[in-house]
Design a protein around this ligand. Structure first.
Ligand code: FAD
Length: 345
């Protein structure tokens, strides 16, 4: 449905709750859609009932984009359309052109909700989208109570806040994807794939950000945000060399490596491994913390883990208050013993 650019301003809240149409800004890499995007689709399905439709917007350039689009078309039965913006301008996820793109697409179709995952990608782009639309974004949503009512954590996860969106424009949300697990999909249904005509797309002539480079973690390991097992090391590891013990253990257990901010700041590992309030939020089946004190900013990132195991030589360390299994001991003794006793993968 084509509508004039400012039509969203006339959509009333009552209309919002009746007719939900969601645009999700999708994340993809090496020709595959990222798991957090599928979790965002799961969240979108909780916004409304039968009349709802979900469109995925993929931007980028080249054959890997088209491969990802093809995969996205069957990633979830509720996705009705995959919109593809194929241009060199979207080769890198810079907030300015991507936010403009979301606005460009929104001007042509009548979306009641615009979503992205609460990853560094979504957190980079969606606030700018909200600014362009002159609406307040609701960030880090952990529960959806209705089309305009959400729960989000505040004070580093120590309190949950119930937010009602009362704006007139589209409701812009970032989703904490660990709160919306994907159940196995049995239904096979393929959405339509449409290439977006970008001939009228205009970027700002002056861009405030410039792509410098990207370094990603070893692709052999599972992604930290969606791993079933996470092995984390803290400041107590003392060096880059010692941190390799954590990596070996993660390898044996088929898990991802995490770190506290203190370990990252000390330079033992890169900062994309940081877990916590200002790092990644994880929700694995098993979370093992070695030499981690359990500061609230760290706990904010691990609260949804199913089983937490902590090893710390201080029996009073706060991590033991949240751990399901705790061992008071020296990690330099415990980890080598674990490595020795665990079978090879
Ligand atoms: P420490 O607090 O120094 O703890 C080390 C622990 O190792 C101690 O409990 C000690 O008993 C134990 N230990 C020492 N030697 C051994 C041994 N041989 N064997 C076993 N145990 C041993 N932190 C995060 O992790 N993630 C975040 O996202 C984050 N965001 C923050 C945001 C803000 C705004 C602020 C102010 C802080 C943030 N922090 C964050 C930092 C946080 O407050 C803590 O400083 C940090 O988590 C501590 O890391 P740590 O547990 O590795 O180190």
């Amino acid at each position: 449905k084509l509508v004039p650019s400012n039509s969203h301003r006339s959509i009333s809240i009552t209309n919002l709750s009746r007719c939900i149409s969601t645009l999700i800004l999708a994340e993809h890499e090496s020709g595959s859609i990222k798991p957090q995007t599928v979790s965002t689709v799961v969240a979108a399905n909780q916004l409304g009932e039968k009349s709802s439709s979900v469109s995925l917007l993929l931007a980028g350039s080249g054959s890997s984009l088209q491969e990802a689009a093809s995969q996205a078309a069957s990633c979830h039965p509720s996705v009705s359309e995959v919109l593809v913006a194929d241009s060199d301008r979207f080769e890198y996820p810079l907030a300015e052109p991507w936010a403009k793109l979301v606005d460009f697409v929104r001007q042509q179709r009548d979306y009641s909700h615009i979503l992205a995952s609460s990853s560094s990608f979504g957190k980079n782009i969606l606030p700018r989208v909200a600014a362009l639309l002159d609406v307040s974004p609701v960030t880090d949503v952990v529960k959806i109570l209705g089309s305009n009512e959400f729960i989000r954590p505040i004070y580093a996860g120590n309190a949950l806040c119930r937010v009602r969106y009362t704006g007139a424009g589209p409701c812009v949300l970032t989703i904490r994807t660990t709160s919306f697990p994907v159940t196995p999909i049995t239904e096979s249904k393929k959405a339509t794939i449409s290439q977006i005509d970008l001939s009228n797309f205009k970027e700002d002539s002056v861009s405030r950000s410039r792509y410098v480079g990207q370094s990603t973690q070893d692709t052999e390991r599972p992604d930290l945000g969606s791993a079933r097992v996470v092995i984390t090391g803290g400041r107590a590891l003392k060096s880059v060399e010692n941190f390799k013990m954590i990596e070996k253990l993660a390898e044996k257990l088929g898990g991802a490596v995490g770190a506290t901010r203190a370990a990252v700041d000390a330079g033992y590992v890169p900062n994309d491994l940081q877990v916590g309030q200002t790092g990644k939020i994880v929700a694995p089946e098993l979370y093992m913390a070695f030499g981690v004190s359990g500061a609230i900013q760290h706990l904010a990132g691990i609260k949804d883990s199913k089983v937490i195991v902590a090893v710390n030589k201080d029996a009073d360390a706060p991590i033991f208050q949240v751990a399901d299994y705790g061992l008071v001991g020296d990690l330099f003794e415990v980890i080598p013993e674990l490595l020795e006793k665990l079978p090879e993968k």
